[in-house]
Design a protein around this ligand. Structure first.
Ligand SMILES: Cc1ncc(COP(=O)(O)O)c(C=O)c1O
Length: 390
């Protein structure tokens, strides 16, 4: 840190002072209650051998895509994969981005125009907020999952004598929130957006693989996938792969190909990633995928019943998803708690402010199909013993 700007040094010191300095850690050999590999696909040898087999059978030997999709990076494999995705998610179109972060950056950075409005949930993921940050539209947040607050904003910004559809109002939410694991009332939210002519955009990163017919997400499980303007699905979580797609109309895809900078100005995904996306969806559709999905649901139900029985349900955010957060408050306490549970052989991580609001620091437990009830029970007992002391 010798030749390093003073102001930046100070920022690091400030982080340290509030116990929020981030460090890269790699914890190996412990029971996984931390990764987004909800269904165990990232560690599936069956899936990885299917990918190798596909590459071999189709004589795909390229290591990289060699360019942006608008130049040399496009391929039949890309287009077939997008076709598969639009069928899988029952969407008119699908456009692959290199990650969920890129998809949100590209979407929100290019779709809402100057003069438009973006109304977004206050707990929206950083990738949504960063996309909004580079958009020229005005943005206002509504209280987390609070439809009354959203309606107040829709009322406040309704422009009486503007041309129909101008300005455009975009409403943004997640079907499963990444830090809390909870979900908005999507049925009433879609109805509200229809009533006000607003365009609803839903990030399904943590719902894919967990909810819905063939794991196609929460909106589809509720029959609401056609009621939204766009969905963002990611493949680095339950699908155990990498990459993401925006789902929506064909004209939206055409627009993004022309204007989404995180789509245009980057090297396209390598063939291996595309084949993994393909095969992970095949795996999910098959009975082995369904079995994992059912096991995960069983574990979520077991977890919820155990926190009730142990008597500390109130410490947890209400959630029916794989993400279960125990609020402990205070960075120092959460860090110590995580360390002590890790020492007993479980990979759990502290989630600190400023990633979550101060006072909402937490241990976020992620459940998987491959965890077993004994492990869930054991980690909960450890957490309970720490919580009772706070
Ligand atoms: C809600 C949400 N959207 C988008 C992303 C980014 O996805 P990716 O990891 O594919 O960049 C995440 C990642 O954690 C997320 O939680």
């Amino acid at each position: 840190m010798e030749h390093f700007p003073e102001r930046l040094k100070k920022k690091l010191q400030e982080r340290k002072a509030i116990n929020a300095l981030r460090n890269l850690t790699s914890i190996e050999g412990k029971i996984d209650f931390c990764s987004n590999d909800y269904l165990g696909f990232a560690r599936s040898t069956e899936l990885s051998s299917r990918v190798s087999q596909y590459l071999k059978e189709h004589k795909i030997i390229a290591n990289g895509s060699s360019g942006s999709r608008l130049l040399s990076g496009n391929s039949g494999l890309y287009e077939n994969t997008e076709q598969m995705l639009s069928e899988y998610y029952h969407s008119e179109g699908a456009l692959i981005f290199n990650s969920g972060y890129d998809a949100n950056l590209g979407f929100f950075g290019s779709v809402p125009q100057k003069g438009d409005l973006i109304l977004y949930d206050e707990l929206s993921h950083a990738s949504i907020r960063d996309g909004i940050g580079i958009s020229n539209a005005k943005a206002y947040k509504f209280k987390h999952n609070n439809l009354d607050d959203l309606q107040n904003l829709l009322d406040r910004f309704q422009v009486e004598d503007s041309a129909p559809g101008e300005p455009v109002v975009y409403v943004v939410t997640e079907s499963v929130f990444s830090m809390d694991g909870d979900s908005p009332d999507l049925k009433n939210m879609t109805a509200l957006c229809q009533q006000y002519g607003a365009y609803l955009v839903v990030d399904e990163a943590h719902a894919v693989g967990v909810f819905g017919e063939s794991g196609a997400g929460l909106l589809e499980s509720m029959g609401l996938h056609d009621a939204v303007f766009a969905r963002i699905v990611t493949f680095g979580k339950a699908l155990g792969a990498h990459g993401a797609a925006v789902l929506g109309s064909k004209i939206l895809m055409q627009y993004l190909v022309n204007f989404a900078r995180s789509f245009i100005y980057t090297t396209a995904l390598p063939p291996h990633s595309l084949v993994t996306i393909r095969e992970a969806h095949n795996h999910l559709r098959k009975s082995t995928g369904k079995e994992q999905q059912d096991l995960l649901s069983e574990h979520i139900a077991f977890f919820r019943s155990r926190i009730r029985e142990l008597g500390f349900r109130e410490a947890f955010v209400e959630s029916n998803s794989a993400i279960q957060s125990c609020i402990l408050s205070d960075n120092k306490i959460v860090k110590q708690a995580a360390r002590s549970i890790q020492d007993k052989g479980f990979d759990v991580r502290p989630i600190l402010a400023p990633t979550v609001p101060a006072g909402k620091e937490r241990i976020r437990l992620i459940l998987h199909s491959f965890n077993n009830k004994k492990e869930i029970d054991a980690v909960l007992k450890l957490l309970f013993a720490l919580w009772i002391k706070t």
